[in-house]
Design a protein around this ligand. Sequence first.
Ligand code: SAM
Length: 340
Amino acid sequence: MSTLPVNIDDRIVWDTWLSLFHFPVVSVADEVGTFAAISARGKSTAELAAELGLDARALQVHLGMLASLGFVERREGLWRATAATRTWLHPEADGYAGPLLQRFKERQPFHGQLLETLRTGDRAGQYPSVAAEWERGEMPPDLARMITAFMNAHSRASSTAVAMQPLFGAVRSVLDVGGGSGIFAIELAKAWPALAATVLEINTICVEADGYIAAAGVAGRVKTQPLNMFTQAWPQGHDAHFFSNIFHDWSDETCRLLARKSFEALPSGGRILLHEILMDDDDSGPLAAAAFSLLMLIGTKGRQYSLPELRQFLESAGFIDIEAARTGGGYYSLVSARRP
Ligand SMILES: C[S@@+](CC[C@H](N)C(=O)[O-])C[C@H]1O[C@@H](n2cnc3c(N)ncnc32)[C@H](O)[C@@H]1O
């Protein structure tokens, strides 16, 4: 593999992967009546959810994706069907193209799953999901092996980009909370010879991560620590806490809890770093974030957050100096804040 070029931009893969949701988010909107309901005037998420009998939180995620595909737009908080949508997807329009969607929707498995999110808002118990194992902090070894390999592939490009961020030059010891295969800790250790890292994970994932760490030749500076991040006390002594794709798995309330636990374990001056694909501030895109948010909606208790939302979680715990910047790795940003 060492003869292959290093490339931190894997968007060609992500665009194809996340295109899974382009068709079904539109076929579901056609089925529940979203387009007709916002053709005559704009409506807030809450008003539209009440009118159609849908879960407001799930609907907001769907609308973000529809906006980034050009089917709806959001102005001053109100969602409205675009001119193209009013022409082609209003059931009473001459050009109504609904039959094109309806003939194929049942053959698209995400149609049913996305529909369910709108109707119940409660996904994690019903779909192939690991949210229950994550909440318990336990996972069978076979599932842990499969999930760790998935996360390692998922984070390959973005971890290289994270390790290139200059702020890590000032970090002595990083706690990688929910660090998966350890790929971020590994890349950081490779890039910064004075940096040590601990991957905090569910015990069976730690077993898998130990293999990735040994294979990368950084076992001297990268360790794993089996720990349930919700119920157990976090280790002290790290000057940075790194969370990649963790907040997007959880509800607002759980995100506030994680921020609080981090604040309590960090020393004064310590940094919290959130590696996430950010929604725009008004939740109406961009496309990759909106599609990733639909994936979170069907498989976790979370969604992709915007910087103002993450800021709120961090400030509620006491963090200051909150800022965000794209890393150059795919669609990811790094949000950084400091314990005073
Ligand atoms: C979406 S993955 C992110 C993995 C990695 N940070 C990345 O971006 O590639 C979420 C991670 O959180 C870990 N996790 C979930 N619940 C946990 C818990 N209760 N205690 C410790 N780790 C947990 C999972 O095992 C999983 O590896």
